[in-house]
Design a protein around this ligand. Structure first.
Ligand SMILES: C[S@@+](CC[C@H](N)C(=O)[O-])C[C@H]1O[C@@H](n2cnc3c(N)ncnc32)[C@H](O)[C@@H]1O
Length: 256
């Protein structure tokens, strides 16, 4: 398998920038990449926890116990960004396995760097938009928890269909979460918070775990992302939602 180091050969633009900055000693790609690394343009390229797709893409569910070499509760963080919370939780809960699905490659690489730095063996990362992966790489009932922190709010009305929280997404999530499984989502965006609340309340497979307002305004042990720290420093209010996938009563069918 080709390593991330070689996949991330610097683009011509960056090479040109380096030449202009006088840092381009010779023409070898490896030398240039080393220079870029030392300038901090790229994170350390350690990618052992990144699962690269087969040549024709992910077509069937991944055998997670085989990947991790054990059977353990599986948790998913969607859009972990640079992976601060993902790495922290994986370190805190070594008895659980964690998967991060992040669509931006440089962030996947940053996440991988944190996982490697901490010597964690219970994290794997997939690159791509979660909408195209979720239903393929996990099997029904296989997830114990799903976490989304600060999903892009897409504030313009015409962009609302791009929001992650949609009825189809929640249907999919309810199939993949085990009964009693946890779904948590946090946002600093007031209107997206109303949207989340409304969509979750309408869905019959999730039960709100927070009485009263239906959300918390304070984080807990499942918060602590980079965006959260930034938003709190800016004085923004954050809403934290917490749901359980409802157990199926006898005679009910989920059509799994
Ligand atoms: C606002 S950032 C939040 C990052 C991190 N959760 C935090 O709180 O610091 C949103 C992250 O979600 C990722 N993202 C957005 N849409 C996504 C999608 N459809 N699938 C996977 N990742 C996505 C972005 O690349 C970005 O890293």
């Amino acid at each position: 398998m080709q390593s991330a180091f070689f996949r991330f050969k610097p683009s011509r633009v960056i090479r040109t920038m380096l030449r202009m900055m006088g840092t381009d000693g010779d023409d070898s790609a490896a030398r240039e990449t080393e220079e870029i690394d030392s300038l901090g343009i790229y994170p350390a390229m350690t990618s052992s926890c990144i699962l690269e797709p087969p040549p024709d893409g992910w077509k069937e569910s991944i055998d997670w116990p085989e990947v991790f070499g054990r059977i353990a509760p599986l948790h998913l963080e969607i859009g972990p960004g640079k992976g601060l919370l993902l790495a922290t939780q994986a370190e805190r809960y070594p008895q659980w396995d964690f998967v991060g699905i992040e669509m931006r490659r440089p962030r996947v690489e940053k996440c991988a760097g944190k996982v490697t730095e901490r010597g964690l063996t219970n994290v794997r990362l997939l690159e791509g938009p979660v909408e195209t992966l979720l239903d393929t790489v996990f099997s029904a009932g296989s997830l114990g928890g799903v976490f989304v922190n600060f999903p892009d709010p897409w504030p313009k009305r015409r962009h609302h269909p791009r929001r992650l929280i949609q009825p189809q997404f929640l249907d999919c999530l309810s199939r993949l979460l085990s009964p009693g499984g946890v779904f948590r989502v946090a946002t600093d965006h007031h209107e997206y918070a109303l949207w989340i609340h409304e969509h979750m309340e309408k869905h019959d497979r999730f039960e709100n775990q927070i009485e009263g307002l239906g959300y918390r305004t304070q984080g807990d042990e499942w918060s602590g992302t980079i965006h959260e720290k930034k938003f709190l420093a800016w004085g923004r209010s954050i809403r934290y939602f917490h749901y359980h996938r409802i157990e199926i009563e006898e005679g009910q069918t989920l059509g799994l």
